[in-house]
Design a protein around this ligand. Structure first.
Ligand code: ASN
Ligand code: ZN
Length: 321
């Protein structure tokens, strides 16, 4: 049987997200949201108690632990894109402190956001390596927090696949932003460098060509569909949220590369506007999200190239607008 990236702990954690509203916001003395991040990193020392032992606070020097420093930098890069490009202070828009824990569990083959913080496993070294190695994976987990505070997409079926896809989109944008890569230079891979050397593959997922990221004896073949024709109906993985996300992922890739330039500028803005605009239902299906991206493109850029390119991108993956 194929290994699944879904972890029971993640599913449990996702169910207690209602507690989020009680997380206190961090404010500056003046009452305005901060323009710099407030990061705290913890080391689980291979246990599963969260958050673990505090190892690096905001503004503190790098530690001896590369996982800690990579997570610290990845959280910073995500804060930076949100703030600089979208004018948002942290994932809640109000300077929420960012917490990450590394070395979670023994050879833990995943990373997740538990409703309050990011958690990163070391990987088992056979299939996956340390999950802090990929900045897009760090940003992916943090973007689950962004979604939680905004559209709050239900983690099931099509809305769950949109939730996953939004995390991949912001993961890719943070990676491109931190590498200064435009849409046509980027590889559009999620988690490149995370697969152990013995695995035949290049990444966890490909937004450009979903279904082609790996093909391996142990891991199986990348199961993601790239169009609605291949949409997967399944009871596993909350209705295939990590599978069907390939469809909106590819729509974003098609839009960003058709427009050219930096993906976080026009394509990213359109997606950000839909996610945060208040019109997207928590249980939205692909078609509703798609329709709202067309409307957002027109609102932000007028009825020109952008809106037309949005319609074309969704149409290529079989989603009506
Ligand atoms: N890394 C996965 C994610 O963020 C964890 C999960 O939900 N299975 O989607
Ligand atoms: Zn995810």
């Amino acid at each position: 049987a194929r290994r699944t990236l879904e972890a029971d702990g993640v599913r449990r954690a996702r169910r207690r997200l209602t507690a989020l509203a009680t997380v206190p916001a961090f404010r500056t003395a003046s009452g305005t949201p901060p323009t710099t991040p407030h990061r705290t990193l913890y080391d689980c020392r291979h246990g599963t108690d969260l958050p673990g032992h505090k190892v690096r606070g905001e503004g503190e020097d790098p530690t001896q632990d590369a996982s800690v420093n990579r997570a610290y930098a990845g959280l910073g890069a995500t804060f930076d894109l949100l703030h600089t490009e979208y004018g948002r202070s942290s994932i809640d828009g109000n300077g929420l402190p960012l917490t990450g824990s590394v070395h979670y569990g023994e050879k833990y083959n995943n990373a997740f956001f538990d409703g309050e913080q990011m958690v990163f496993g070391d990987g088992d070294g056979e299939i996956f390596l340390d999950f802090t190695l990929a900045v897009d994976v760090i940003a992916h987990e943090l973007a689950h927090g962004l979604t939680q505070y905004t559209a709050n997409l239900v983690y099931e079926g099509q809305s769950g696949a949109l939730n996953e896809s939004v995390s991949d989109v912001f993961g890719a944008l943070v990676k491109q932003y931190s590498l200064c890569q435009n849409a046509r230079e980027a590889d559009w891979l999620i988690g490149a460098g995370l697969l152990a050397p013995r695995v035949s593959g290049v990444a966890l997922r490909s937004m450009k060509a979903p279904g082609t990221a790996y093909d391996d004896d142990v891991l199986g073949k990348d199961p993601q569909p790239a169009t609605m024709d291949d949409y997967i109906q399944t009871d596993e993985d909350n209705g295939g949220v990590h599978l069907n996300s390939g469809i909106p992922n590819r729509a974003f890739y098609l839009l960003a590369t058709a427009l050219g330039g930096n993906a976080w500028e026009r394509a990213g803005h359109i997606w950000y506007d839909v996610l945060t605009g208040g019109e997207l239902a928590a249980d939205a299906e692909f078609a509703e999200f798609a329709r709202l991206t067309v409307a957002a493109a027109k609102t932000r850029f007028g009825a020109g190239d952008e809106a037309e390119a949005v319609v074309k991108a969704w149409s290529e993956v079989g989603v009506p607008t």
